[in-house]
Design a binder for this molecule. Sequence first.
Ligand SMILES: NC(=O)c1ccc[n+]([C@@H]2O[C@H](COP(=O)([O-])OP(=O)(O)OC[C@H]3O[C@@H](n4cnc5c(N)ncnc54)[C@H](O)[C@@H]3O)[C@@H](O)[C@H]2O)c1
Length: 308
Amino acid sequence: MKNKVSIIGAGMTGSTSAHWLAEKEIADIVLIDVVEGMPAGKALDLQEALPIVGKDVSIVGSNDYQATANSDIVVITAGLPRKPGMSRDDLLSANAEIVRKATQETIKYSPNAIFVILTNPLDVMAYLAMKVAGVEPHRVVGQAGVLDSARMRAFVSMELGVSVENIHCYVLGGHGDNMVPLTRTSNVAGVPLNEILPADRLAAIVERTRKGGGEIVGLLKTGSAYYAPAAAISQMVEAILKNKHLIVPAAAYLTGQYGLKDIFFGVPVQLGNQGVEKIVEYKLTGEEQAALEKSARGVVENIAKLKL
Ligand SMILES: NC(=O)c1ccc[n+]([C@@H]2O[C@H](COP(=O)([O-])OP(=O)(O)OC[C@H]3O[C@@H](n4cnc5c(N)ncnc54)[C@H](O)[C@@H]3O)[C@@H](O)[C@H]2O)c1
């Protein structure tokens, strides 16, 4: 029997996630959106591309959540994206209603699904999804760290002219401008970044990583990034479906790790077919820990605004 992945929100990130996932040929895919006809149209277009690339999966689109029944994974991308000048936090109240509805409808039809959340503000929406679905925390994970770390990897590769495959970066913390790109743990073929790059170049890369989403919002003028966020989703979905035990930075529910609890927050997690199998705890310097705590304060404030 094939795996089934339902993607709620068939906009830019949702449909691009379907595209990357179809290329991996690891699951049948369902796209759901509120816009009439649109998810069916995008699904059909993608389905018609598959003979060309030689992939055999089914992709259907619908406005009816019944189509999501018995999904192994539910990906939630439904919601408003940022406009220039907006922070991710500005999206909170509108997107909370959308994510609440998407979670209620999907858990009804797929009581055993693992949830991968993308909608912003990411850490808060993952917390909301866990509460609304009423599932154990390991079954909910938020995508942010794979993307933020990929941005940092891309910038390091551009700076050094080294293959992205040799570059490992770890961006922790909340998915906002206070995220914490680690410069000691991140490395090029095992050599820490802070030993390879001059301090000013490294500081510039850290800053560009923190503002990486905003850089793209500013260039696009309408909407936010979608190729890289969707590629991140597809890597996480693959890790879960294939039970890879892959360690990636992602938003997970913390119960005291890194001195934080009752919060979804970006930390290194091990992903397998149970969702979040493990949270990896790095030994941080005082400065790194303080930066994480600063980032966490913003997430805690926003979770409080949900009044759950
Ligand atoms: N966590 C991350 O790293 C990350 C990265 C990129 C985007 N995002 C976030 O993902 C979300 C989606 O971004 P996008 O670029 O795909 O936006 P988009 O506008 O292209 O797509 C969003 C889709 O959600 C649909 N939608 C709205 N309400 C819905 C509902 N109640 N049920 C089902 N579908 C509904 C819309 O019709 C639209 O098609 C935004 O909140 C954005 O900020 C997060």
